[in-house]
Write a protein that binds this ligand. Sequence first.
Ligand code: F6P
Length: 341
Amino acid sequence: MDIDSPVLAAHHETAEATPLRRLAVLTAGGDAPGMNAAIRAVVRCATLAGIEVTGFRRGYDGLIRDIAETLSGRSVANIIQRGGTFLETSRSDEFRTAAGRGLALRNLNRRRIEALVVIGGEGTMKGALQFAEETGFRVQFIPASIDNDIPGTEYAIGFDTAVNTALEAIDRIRDTAFAYERVFCVEVMGRDSGFIALDVAIGVGAEAVVVPEFPPPMTEICNRVEESHQRGKRSSIIVVSEGPRTGGVMPIADALTKRLGSQARVVVLGHIQRGGAPTARDRLLASRMGTAATQAAIEGAPPSLIGEERGDIIRVPLREAMERRRQLSPELVDLVHKLST
Ligand code: F6P
Protein backbone atom coordinates (compact mmCIF):
# COMPACT_ATOMS: atom_id res chain seq x y z
CA MET A 1 0.00 0.00 0.00
CA ASP A 2 1.25 3.50 -0.77
CA ILE A 3 2.08 5.20 2.51
CA ASP A 4 2.76 8.45 0.61
CA SER A 5 -0.87 8.74 -0.45
CA PRO A 6 -2.52 11.90 1.00
CA VAL A 7 -4.98 9.91 3.18
CA LEU A 8 -2.31 7.66 4.70
CA ALA A 9 0.25 10.42 5.18
CA ALA A 10 -2.27 12.64 6.98
CA HIS A 11 -3.01 9.89 9.42
CA HIS A 12 0.61 8.84 9.82
CA GLU A 13 1.74 12.30 10.93
CA THR A 14 -0.85 12.79 13.62
CA ALA A 15 -1.35 9.30 15.07
CA GLU A 16 1.30 9.40 17.80
CA ALA A 17 0.68 13.00 18.84
CA THR A 18 -3.03 13.13 19.75
CA PRO A 19 -4.50 11.87 23.04
CA LEU A 20 -7.15 9.24 22.43
CA ARG A 21 -10.67 10.59 21.98
CA ARG A 22 -12.26 8.10 19.61
CA LEU A 23 -11.74 4.32 19.53
CA ALA A 24 -13.24 1.63 17.29
CA VAL A 25 -13.75 -2.08 17.94
CA LEU A 26 -14.59 -5.00 15.64
CA THR A 27 -14.66 -8.81 15.61
CA ALA A 28 -13.40 -10.71 12.56
CA GLY A 29 -12.91 -14.32 11.36
CA GLY A 30 -14.63 -17.27 13.03
CA ASP A 31 -16.71 -16.27 16.05
CA ALA A 32 -15.62 -17.53 19.47
CA PRO A 33 -17.53 -17.63 22.77
CA GLY A 34 -16.33 -14.72 24.90
CA MET A 35 -16.02 -12.21 22.06
CA ASN A 36 -19.02 -10.34 23.47
CA ALA A 37 -17.40 -10.16 26.90
CA ALA A 38 -14.28 -8.67 25.28
CA ILE A 39 -16.30 -6.04 23.36
CA ARG A 40 -18.12 -5.16 26.58
CA ALA A 41 -14.83 -4.63 28.43
CA VAL A 42 -13.44 -2.44 25.64
CA VAL A 43 -16.59 -0.29 25.47
CA ARG A 44 -16.99 0.10 29.22
CA CYS A 45 -13.30 0.90 29.90
CA ALA A 46 -13.14 3.39 27.06
CA THR A 47 -16.36 5.18 27.95
CA LEU A 48 -15.24 5.37 31.60
CA ALA A 49 -12.15 7.20 30.33
CA GLY A 50 -14.34 9.61 28.33
CA ILE A 51 -13.50 8.03 24.97
CA GLU A 52 -16.18 7.67 22.28
CA VAL A 53 -16.49 4.11 20.93
CA THR A 54 -17.59 3.04 17.46
CA GLY A 55 -18.43 -0.60 16.75
CA PHE A 56 -17.89 -1.79 13.17
CA ARG A 57 -20.17 -4.67 12.20
CA ARG A 58 -19.23 -7.79 10.19
CA GLY A 59 -15.46 -7.61 10.75
CA TYR A 60 -13.10 -6.05 8.20
CA ASP A 61 -15.91 -6.05 5.61
CA GLY A 62 -17.87 -3.66 7.81
CA LEU A 63 -14.78 -1.46 8.15
CA ILE A 64 -14.46 -1.32 4.37
CA ARG A 65 -18.18 -0.62 3.87
CA ASP A 66 -18.46 1.70 6.88
CA ILE A 67 -21.15 -0.33 8.68
CA ALA A 68 -20.81 1.20 12.09
CA GLU A 69 -22.62 2.53 15.14
CA THR A 70 -21.71 4.39 18.30
CA LEU A 71 -21.56 2.10 21.32
CA SER A 72 -22.35 3.24 24.85
CA GLY A 73 -22.06 1.35 28.12
CA ARG A 74 -25.76 0.47 27.67
CA SER A 75 -25.22 -0.96 24.15
CA VAL A 76 -23.19 -3.79 25.67
CA ALA A 77 -25.60 -4.64 28.49
CA ASN A 78 -26.76 -8.25 28.74
CA ILE A 79 -24.16 -9.68 26.33
CA ILE A 80 -21.43 -11.06 28.63
CA GLN A 81 -23.21 -14.43 28.77
CA ARG A 82 -23.91 -14.72 25.03
CA GLY A 83 -21.85 -16.77 22.55
CA GLY A 84 -21.05 -15.54 19.04
CA THR A 85 -20.53 -11.80 18.60
CA PHE A 86 -23.26 -9.17 18.62
CA LEU A 87 -21.12 -7.08 16.24
CA GLU A 88 -21.21 -10.04 13.80
CA THR A 89 -18.18 -11.20 11.87
CA SER A 90 -16.88 -12.29 8.46
CA ARG A 91 -13.77 -13.53 6.68
CA SER A 92 -12.91 -10.66 4.35
CA ASP A 93 -11.11 -11.27 1.03
CA GLU A 94 -11.23 -7.56 0.26
CA PHE A 95 -9.20 -6.60 3.34
CA ARG A 96 -6.38 -8.71 1.88
CA THR A 97 -6.11 -6.16 -0.95
CA ALA A 98 -4.41 -2.74 -0.67
CA ALA A 99 -7.56 -1.14 -2.10
CA GLY A 100 -9.71 -2.70 0.64
CA ARG A 101 -7.36 -1.58 3.39
CA GLY A 102 -7.27 1.91 1.85
CA LEU A 103 -11.09 2.13 2.08
CA ALA A 104 -10.92 0.94 5.69
CA LEU A 105 -8.43 3.68 6.57
CA ARG A 106 -10.51 6.28 4.78
CA ASN A 107 -13.57 5.37 6.88
CA LEU A 108 -11.62 5.47 10.13
CA ASN A 109 -10.18 8.88 9.23
CA ARG A 110 -13.57 10.25 8.17
CA ARG A 111 -14.97 9.31 11.54
CA ARG A 112 -11.85 10.79 13.18
CA ILE A 113 -11.17 7.50 14.94
CA GLU A 114 -7.65 7.33 16.36
CA ALA A 115 -7.27 3.71 17.50
CA LEU A 116 -8.73 0.31 16.65
CA VAL A 117 -9.18 -2.82 18.78
CA VAL A 118 -9.47 -5.96 16.65
CA ILE A 119 -10.75 -9.23 18.13
CA GLY A 120 -10.23 -12.46 16.20
CA GLY A 121 -8.05 -15.40 15.16
CA GLU A 122 -4.77 -15.86 13.33
CA GLY A 123 -5.95 -14.61 9.93
CA THR A 124 -7.45 -11.54 11.57
CA MET A 125 -4.15 -10.94 13.36
CA LYS A 126 -2.25 -11.03 10.04
CA GLY A 127 -4.64 -8.43 8.62
CA ALA A 128 -4.28 -6.24 11.72
CA LEU A 129 -0.48 -6.35 11.53
CA GLN A 130 -0.40 -5.52 7.82
CA PHE A 131 -2.83 -2.63 8.30
CA ALA A 132 -0.89 -1.25 11.30
CA GLU A 133 2.49 -1.49 9.54
CA GLU A 134 1.25 0.10 6.34
CA THR A 135 -0.63 2.98 7.88
CA GLY A 136 0.89 3.61 11.32
CA PHE A 137 -2.65 3.29 12.70
CA ARG A 138 -2.87 2.43 16.42
CA VAL A 139 -4.13 -1.17 16.41
CA GLN A 140 -4.45 -3.47 19.42
CA PHE A 141 -5.26 -7.15 18.85
CA ILE A 142 -7.18 -9.49 21.18
CA PRO A 143 -6.79 -13.22 20.36
CA ALA A 144 -10.11 -15.07 20.15
CA SER A 145 -10.37 -18.46 18.48
CA ILE A 146 -11.63 -21.84 19.65
CA ASP A 147 -8.57 -23.39 17.93
CA ASN A 148 -6.11 -21.77 20.42
CA ASP A 149 -3.50 -21.67 17.65
CA ILE A 150 -2.62 -17.97 17.88
CA PRO A 151 1.08 -17.35 18.52
CA GLY A 152 2.03 -15.00 21.38
CA THR A 153 -0.56 -16.19 23.89
CA GLU A 154 -1.04 -19.40 25.84
CA TYR A 155 -4.82 -19.02 25.68
CA ALA A 156 -7.21 -17.44 23.22
CA ILE A 157 -10.76 -16.46 24.11
CA GLY A 158 -13.22 -19.25 23.27
CA PHE A 159 -10.90 -22.25 23.62
CA ASP A 160 -12.00 -23.15 27.14
CA THR A 161 -15.68 -23.03 26.19
CA ALA A 162 -15.15 -25.16 23.08
CA VAL A 163 -13.23 -27.79 25.05
CA ASN A 164 -15.91 -27.90 27.75
CA THR A 165 -18.69 -28.15 25.17
CA ALA A 166 -16.93 -31.08 23.51
CA LEU A 167 -16.33 -32.73 26.90
CA GLU A 168 -19.98 -32.53 27.79
CA ALA A 169 -21.01 -34.01 24.44
CA ILE A 170 -18.51 -36.86 24.68
CA ASP A 171 -19.48 -37.65 28.28
CA ARG A 172 -22.96 -38.33 26.89
CA ILE A 173 -21.56 -40.46 24.09
CA ARG A 174 -19.55 -42.43 26.67
CA ASP A 175 -22.78 -43.47 28.42
CA THR A 176 -23.90 -45.22 25.24
CA ALA A 177 -20.40 -46.49 24.45
CA PHE A 178 -20.26 -48.22 27.84
CA ALA A 179 -23.85 -49.48 27.92
CA TYR A 180 -23.71 -50.80 24.37
CA GLU A 181 -20.05 -51.92 24.26
CA ARG A 182 -19.19 -49.74 21.36
CA VAL A 183 -16.24 -47.90 19.85
CA PHE A 184 -16.89 -44.24 19.05
CA CYS A 185 -14.64 -42.06 16.89
CA VAL A 186 -15.40 -38.41 17.65
CA GLU A 187 -14.17 -35.63 15.40
CA VAL A 188 -13.48 -32.23 16.98
CA MET A 189 -12.59 -28.89 15.37
CA GLY A 190 -9.21 -27.15 15.44
CA ARG A 191 -8.42 -26.48 11.78
CA ASP A 192 -4.70 -27.35 11.42
CA SER A 193 -3.92 -27.76 15.09
CA GLY A 194 -4.70 -30.33 17.74
CA PHE A 195 -5.10 -28.18 20.87
CA ILE A 196 -8.83 -28.85 21.19
CA ALA A 197 -8.42 -32.58 20.45
CA LEU A 198 -5.64 -33.01 22.99
CA ASP A 199 -7.36 -31.28 25.93
CA VAL A 200 -10.63 -33.02 25.11
CA ALA A 201 -8.96 -36.44 24.85
CA ILE A 202 -7.34 -36.03 28.27
CA GLY A 203 -10.56 -34.67 29.76
CA VAL A 204 -12.79 -37.51 28.55
CA GLY A 205 -10.24 -40.26 29.20
CA ALA A 206 -10.00 -41.25 25.54
CA GLU A 207 -8.23 -44.44 24.42
CA ALA A 208 -6.41 -42.56 21.66
CA VAL A 209 -6.03 -39.09 20.20
CA VAL A 210 -5.26 -38.21 16.60
CA VAL A 211 -3.75 -34.74 16.12
CA PRO A 212 -2.31 -33.20 12.96
CA GLU A 213 1.01 -32.37 14.63
CA PHE A 214 1.81 -36.05 15.37
CA PRO A 215 -0.59 -38.22 13.34
CA PRO A 216 -0.12 -41.82 14.48
CA PRO A 217 -0.11 -44.61 11.85
CA MET A 218 -3.52 -46.23 11.44
CA THR A 219 -2.18 -49.61 12.59
CA GLU A 220 -1.01 -48.06 15.87
CA ILE A 221 -4.54 -46.82 16.66
CA CYS A 222 -6.07 -50.18 15.75
CA ASN A 223 -3.48 -52.04 17.87
CA ARG A 224 -4.12 -49.75 20.82
CA VAL A 225 -7.90 -50.30 20.75
CA GLU A 226 -7.61 -54.03 20.10
CA GLU A 227 -5.15 -54.46 22.99
CA SER A 228 -7.43 -52.50 25.31
CA HIS A 229 -10.27 -54.88 24.41
CA GLN A 230 -8.01 -57.84 25.11
CA ARG A 231 -7.40 -56.34 28.56
CA GLY A 232 -11.16 -56.39 29.15
CA LYS A 233 -12.31 -52.98 27.94
CA ARG A 234 -15.51 -53.19 25.95
CA SER A 235 -15.93 -49.57 24.89
CA SER A 236 -13.55 -46.93 23.55
CA ILE A 237 -13.51 -43.27 22.63
CA ILE A 238 -11.06 -42.08 19.96
CA VAL A 239 -10.78 -38.29 19.63
CA VAL A 240 -9.78 -37.17 16.14
CA SER A 241 -8.84 -33.66 15.08
CA GLU A 242 -10.55 -32.52 11.87
CA GLY A 243 -8.84 -31.58 8.67
CA PRO A 244 -6.78 -32.84 5.79
CA ARG A 245 -3.67 -33.58 7.84
CA THR A 246 -5.40 -36.23 10.00
CA GLY A 247 -7.72 -37.38 7.22
CA GLY A 248 -10.68 -36.83 9.56
CA VAL A 249 -12.69 -39.43 11.37
CA MET A 250 -13.96 -41.73 8.58
CA PRO A 251 -10.78 -43.62 7.61
CA ILE A 252 -10.06 -44.34 11.28
CA ALA A 253 -13.59 -45.61 11.92
CA ASP A 254 -13.39 -47.82 8.80
CA ALA A 255 -10.04 -49.31 9.85
CA LEU A 256 -11.32 -50.02 13.38
CA THR A 257 -14.51 -51.59 12.04
CA LYS A 258 -12.46 -53.98 9.90
CA ARG A 259 -10.02 -54.85 12.67
CA LEU A 260 -12.58 -55.36 15.47
CA GLY A 261 -15.32 -56.91 13.34
CA SER A 262 -17.96 -54.58 14.77
CA GLN A 263 -19.11 -51.21 13.50
CA ALA A 264 -17.21 -48.25 15.00
CA ARG A 265 -19.62 -45.34 15.38
CA VAL A 266 -18.77 -41.86 14.08
CA VAL A 267 -19.74 -38.50 15.59
CA VAL A 268 -18.65 -35.17 14.10
CA LEU A 269 -19.22 -32.46 16.71
CA GLY A 270 -18.69 -29.59 14.23
CA HIS A 271 -19.99 -26.10 14.95
CA ILE A 272 -21.69 -27.18 18.19
CA GLN A 273 -18.25 -26.49 19.71
CA ARG A 274 -18.20 -22.88 18.50
CA GLY A 275 -21.46 -21.57 19.89
CA GLY A 276 -22.99 -21.34 23.34
CA ALA A 277 -22.46 -19.38 26.52
CA PRO A 278 -18.81 -18.74 27.38
CA THR A 279 -17.39 -20.45 30.47
CA ALA A 280 -16.38 -18.42 33.53
CA ARG A 281 -12.75 -18.73 32.43
CA ASP A 282 -13.46 -17.27 28.97
CA ARG A 283 -15.54 -14.41 30.42
CA LEU A 284 -12.72 -13.56 32.82
CA LEU A 285 -10.03 -13.81 30.13
CA ALA A 286 -12.07 -11.68 27.72
CA SER A 287 -12.78 -9.07 30.39
CA ARG A 288 -9.09 -8.83 31.30
CA MET A 289 -7.91 -8.73 27.68
CA GLY A 290 -10.51 -6.15 26.67
CA THR A 291 -9.46 -3.91 29.54
CA ALA A 292 -5.74 -4.31 28.75
CA ALA A 293 -6.27 -3.61 25.04
CA THR A 294 -8.13 -0.39 25.82
CA GLN A 295 -5.40 0.65 28.24
CA ALA A 296 -2.75 -0.03 25.57
CA ALA A 297 -4.72 2.08 23.08
CA ILE A 298 -5.04 4.94 25.58
CA GLU A 299 -1.29 4.86 26.23
CA GLY A 300 -0.61 4.97 22.48
CA ALA A 301 1.26 1.65 22.72
CA PRO A 302 2.68 0.24 19.47
CA PRO A 303 0.52 -2.42 17.78
CA SER A 304 0.39 -5.31 20.23
CA LEU A 305 -1.18 -8.67 20.85
CA ILE A 306 -2.78 -8.76 24.28
CA GLY A 307 -1.99 -12.26 25.51
CA GLU A 308 -2.04 -14.47 28.56
CA GLU A 309 1.13 -16.07 29.88
CA ARG A 310 1.28 -18.03 33.15
CA GLY A 311 -1.89 -16.32 34.30
CA ASP A 312 -0.68 -12.77 33.58
CA ILE A 313 -2.05 -10.52 30.87
CA ILE A 314 0.83 -9.40 28.66
CA ARG A 315 1.51 -7.17 25.63
CA VAL A 316 3.55 -8.66 22.81
CA PRO A 317 4.56 -6.49 19.83
CA LEU A 318 2.30 -7.70 17.02
CA ARG A 319 5.16 -8.38 14.58
CA GLU A 320 7.02 -10.43 17.21
CA ALA A 321 3.88 -12.41 18.11
CA MET A 322 3.28 -13.21 14.43
CA GLU A 323 6.77 -14.67 14.11
CA ARG A 324 6.35 -17.03 17.08
CA ARG A 325 5.06 -20.64 16.78
CA ARG A 326 2.62 -22.47 19.06
CA GLN A 327 3.77 -25.99 19.88
CA LEU A 328 1.57 -28.89 20.90
CA SER A 329 3.10 -30.86 23.78
CA PRO A 330 4.14 -34.40 22.75
CA GLU A 331 4.20 -35.28 26.49
CA LEU A 332 0.48 -34.56 26.72
CA VAL A 333 -0.20 -36.75 23.69
CA ASP A 334 1.67 -39.56 25.48
CA LEU A 335 -0.35 -38.87 28.62
CA VAL A 336 -3.61 -39.71 26.81
CA HIS A 337 -2.22 -43.11 25.91
CA LYS A 338 -0.55 -43.73 29.28
CA LEU A 339 -3.74 -43.04 31.23
CA SER A 340 -5.93 -45.18 28.99
CA THR A 341 -4.29 -48.47 30.06
O1 F6P B 1 -11.21 -21.34 13.32
C1 F6P B 1 -12.37 -21.76 13.96
C2 F6P B 1 -13.01 -22.89 13.19
O2 F6P B 1 -14.19 -23.27 13.86
C3 F6P B 1 -12.10 -24.11 12.96
O3 F6P B 1 -11.99 -24.93 14.08
C4 F6P B 1 -12.78 -24.74 11.79
O4 F6P B 1 -11.88 -25.51 11.02
C5 F6P B 1 -13.26 -23.57 10.99
O5 F6P B 1 -13.36 -22.48 11.89
C6 F6P B 1 -14.59 -23.77 10.34
O6 F6P B 1 -14.87 -22.65 9.58
P1 F6P B 1 -16.31 -22.34 8.95
O7 F6P B 1 -17.20 -21.95 10.08
O8 F6P B 1 -16.05 -21.24 7.99
O9 F6P B 1 -16.78 -23.62 8.32
